[in-house]
Every structure is written in structure tokens, then in C-alpha cells.
Design a protein around this ligand. Structure first.
Ligand code: CUA
Length: 312
């Protein structure tokens, strides 16, 4: 379906149900425009026809054909809209049996994806074009909402339970994911992208990413992770405070904590702050970072520490 002309009012269509959703929308839209015009014409005509002082015989007070038509026509239209909407809703709600399950864990303010083979990624999901994918989603903190406008689908992500979101991408390329439930300071930056590959490119990508990176020098690995794990959402590298303290010039200096004490920012402090961020809260900030315990390998952890060290 990639050859279909895209909708004028909406973002491009990139999933199998985008076209159906748009068609229903336009049907309701143009139906409303049609009746709006009809009603306006009626109002103008009757205001003129029965204007004050204009003598016109008294019309009939009851007309069966008229009453039946203004009841039956809307009834038929509404029932049609209901069944069309219900059919589309069921299609969007139920993933086909051959869909690949990917786990999604949302937390303030990032999206973590876990593939069936155990591979993890933050804020970036890789999938294959024309293959159905089912996301099994939950949140570690507050309610978020996973929305992909080009797929015409959206679903709340709720702590303590699972919700699902499925799609079959029709276009190769990148699609934007938004969080559409206000979830705190970083809500507007809680973004992710879905990269849709051809099967061939996907296999290549998988091969390159499935094995642990053991060759990149540590500070460079840390810099990569700073982006890949979305640390930048809350931490700057130029000294400006964001949701969390800046990384610039932290290492090797005393840090003032919220409880009034101070601590030396050495390797152990940085390590603890990544794995258990709530152990020591920096003065002027509130605890809001999710713990990374179990999410990073030792080498990745060392990489991040070396990268932070390099930000003098
Ligand atoms: Cu998560 Cu808004």
C-alpha cells in the first residue's frame, strides 16, 4: 500500500490499518459537512419564508414521511458508522497469530525494548517491513502512552499490567514514536523511533548488534551509550542543569547532596549513581532516574564512567 496517496490532513500512512482509519475519518467528516450545509440552507430558507409579517397559510403540524426520513436516515448512517468503526477497532486491537512479540518497558522518560532473543535497546525499535509486530507494554512508574501517528495507533502503557499495540509496517524508513500521556518534566522528550528495514537489512543490523561491543574504546563506547540509553534526556554535557545534574566537570569534584553531606565524585560514586540513582540525590534535584541495575554490562558501565571522566 505504499503507493497510496497520503492523506492531506494527516501524517503519511505507514501501517496496514492507516488507510482504513483515514477513510472512516473522512467519511464522517464529509458526512458532517454535507449535513451542515443542508441545515444552514434550511435555516436561511425557513427564516426567509416564515419571516415576520409575511402571510403564509398554516402548514400541517404532522408529516409521517418527513418524521420517518429524519429518523431512519440518521439511524442507518449511525449504524453503518458503528459497524465500520467496530470492525476497524477489532482489527487494530487484535494482533495476528504470527506477530513477533517485543517487550516494551516505559519509564520516565524513555522507552526500553526487549527482543525475543534477549537483545535490548532504548528509544529505538528495529522491525521488518510487511511483518506484523506485537508490543507487550508495561510501565515501571506512571502512565505513559505509546503513539505512532503514521501507524494510526496509540495505546496507554500502565504500571502493574500489560497492554498491547500491534502494527504491520508498510513503508521502509523511520517512524516517530511519541509519549502522549503527560508523565512529568521529560514528557515532551520521551520520544523513540521505529526503524523499518527490509528483511535483508534487518538481518544485517541484527548481526552487527547482537554481539557485545568489545572493540570500541571505553570513552567512545560511553558516548555512544549516552545517546543510545537516552541519558541526554535528563543530563547535559555542557554544564547546564536539566532534569538531572550535568555531567560536565563532575568527575573528581565534591558533590553536594540533598541531605547536606558531600561526596567525592569518583568511579564508585558514578557507578552507584547509574545502578541505584536514588542512593545519593544531588542537592537541588529530585529523585527521578530509573535504576540501571542489570541493564548494562560491566564494560558498558566502565565506558560510561570513562565518558563522564572525559567531560572536564
Ligand atoms: Cu511518558 Cu509522557
Amino acid at each position: 500500500m505504499p503507493n497510496n496517496p497520503d492523506s492531506v490532513l494527516f501524517p503519511p500512512r505507514a501501517s496496514t490499518f492507516a488507510e482504513d482509519v483515514d477513510s472512516l475519518y473522512y467519511f464522517i467528516h464529509y458526512l458532517s459537512v454535507f449535513f451542515w450545509v443542508l441545515i444552514v440552507i434550511g435555516i436561511v430558507y425557513f427564516s426567509w419564508r416564515y419571516r415576520r409579517g409575511h402571510k403564509e397559510g398554516v402548514g400541517p403540524s404532522h408529516s409521517l414521511p418527513l418524521e420517518l426520513s429524519w429518523s431512519l436516515i440518521p439511524l442507518i448512517l449511525l449504524v453503518a458508522i458503528f459497524f465500520w468503526g467496530f470492525k476497524s477497532f477489532m482489527h487494530i486491537s487484535r494482533a495476528p497469530g504470527d506477530a513477533t512479540d517485543i517487550n516494551v518497558s516505559a519509564s520516565m522518560w524513555m522507552w526500553n525494548f526487549e527482543y525475543p532473543n534477549g537483545m535490548r535497546a532504548t528509544n529505538e525499535l528495529h522491525v521488518v517491513v510487511d511483518k506484523p509486530v506485537r508490543l507487550v507494554m508495561t510501565s515501571t512508574d506512571v502512565i505513559h502512552s505509546f503513539s505512532v501517528p503514521t501507524f494510526r495507533n496509540k495505546m496507554d502503557v500502565v504500571p502493574g499490567r500489560y497492554t498491547t499495540f500491534w502494527f504491520q509496517p508498510t513503508v521502509v524508513g523511520e517512524q516517530q514514536v511519541f509519549c502522549t500521556e503527560f508523565c512529568g518534566d521529560g514528557h515532551s522528550e520521551m520520544l523513540a523511533k521505529i526503524v523499518v528495514h527490509t528483511q535483508e537489512d534487518y538481518d544485517k543490523w541484527l548481526e552487527e548488534n547482537a554481539t557485545e561491543d568489545t572493540t570500541t574504546p571505553l570513552p567512545e563506547l560511553g558516548e555512544k551509550l549516552f545517546t543510545a540509553k537516552a541519558c541526554f534526556t535528563c543530563h547535559s554535557t555542557d554544564g547546564s542543569p536539566k532534569i538531572g545534574p550535568s555531567f560536565k566537570g563532575v568527575f573528581g569534584h565534591e558533590v553536594k547532596l540533598a541531605d547536606g553531606s558531600t561526596v567525592m565524585a569518583d568511579e564508585n560514586y558514578i557507578r552507584e549513581s547509574i545502578l541505584q540513582p536514588n542512593a545519593k540525590i544531588v542537592a537541588g534535584f529530585v529523585p527521578s532516574m530509573p535504576p540501571y541495575q542489570g541493564q548494562l554490562t560491566e564494560r558498558e558501565l566502565n565506558g560510561l564512567i570513562e565518558y563522564i571522566k572525559s567531560l572536564k
